[in-house]
Design a protein around this ligand. Structure first.
Ligand code: 13P
Length: 258
């Protein structure tokens, strides 16, 4: 039996990463129709920034988000994108602190926190990503690393009571991303409980309403077991969100958990 706030709907988010040109809008439309058939599930896609506007125009049932934003609202930052621009293009959320951003762009927890606060100010909701490397897990440091990431990356909320509406956390062990090597369900349960503790410490009772998603090689075969696990409020899906064939069974699996 899942011990979860009854108002928490499963949240299934596709992170398209640096994949997708206009031809992919057909997949988005099909995913949107599937979301309509699973009304108990919150479904969203984070396409590349170039597709946010077109995707927003192509769908009606799903959330549309960015994969990153700058810490500043605007200014002399060639090639960067602000949260205000994402919102203006039609985004309603943004993924922040993904391990690929932390690795490729040197993003620290403090940078993620600053981005989170700018994004909230722009009216976006957040998915803040955390996760340990394999070396950190092997060294027995996984919980400490992830806990520190949660503490350091969480934005200060103007209205902490609204945390569940404004914020989700995605636990994505780095070694499980794109590797086909999914985390063991029991390890996910332990980590989600540890993250929940940090959320409660930071946000009080409101921390109970923040959805904690699992990400890392989620697919049609493993989704049901992960989504049924204690404390798992949804999934952040990379590769398996790129085609309807792979993504729809994950939405359907979440539908059975709502
Ligand atoms: P994969 O599902 O491709 O492992 O990617 C997970 C991820 O990084 C989602 O943000």
């Amino acid at each position: 039996m899942k011990e979860q706030n009854a108002v928490m709907r499963p949240y299934i988010v596709g992170n398209w990463k640096m994949n997708g040109v206009k031809a992919m809008l057909a997949e988005a439309r099909a995913i949107d129709r599937a979301a309509g058939r699973n009304p108990g599930v919150d479904v969203a896609l984070a396409p590349p920034a170039t597709l946010i506007g077109p995707l927003r125009d192509a769908v009606t049932m799903i959330g549309v988000g960015g994969q990153d934003c700058h810490t500043a609202e605007k200014g002399a930052h060639t090639g960067d994108m602000s949260a205000v621009m994402l919102a203006d293009a039609g985004a309603d959320f943004v993924i922040l602190g993904h391990s690929e951003r932390r690795r490729d762009h040197g993003e620290t927890d403090a940078v993620v926190k600053a981005k989170a606060e700018t994004a909230l100010a722009a009216g976006l909701t957040l998915i803040v990503c955390v996760g340990e490397t394999l070396a950190e897990r092997d060294a027995g440091q996984a919980e400490a690393i992830v806990g520190a990431q949660v503490d350091g990356s969480l934005p200060v909320l103007a209205d902490p009571a609204s945390a569940g509406l404004r914020l989700a956390i995605a636990y994505e062990p780095v070694w499980a991303i794109g590797t086909g090597r999914v985390a063991a369900v029991e390890d996910v349960v332990v980590m989600h409980a540890a993250i929940r503790e940090r959320l409660m410490a930071a946000l009080g009772e409101a921390g109970a309403a923040v959805r904690i998603l699992y990400g890392g090689s989620v697919n049609a075969e493993n989704a049901a077991a992960l989504l049924a696990a204690e404390g798992v409020g949804g999934a952040l899906v990379g590769g398996a969100s790129l085609t309807t064939e792979a993504f729809l069974p994950i939405i359907a699996a979440a539908s059975h958990e709502d």
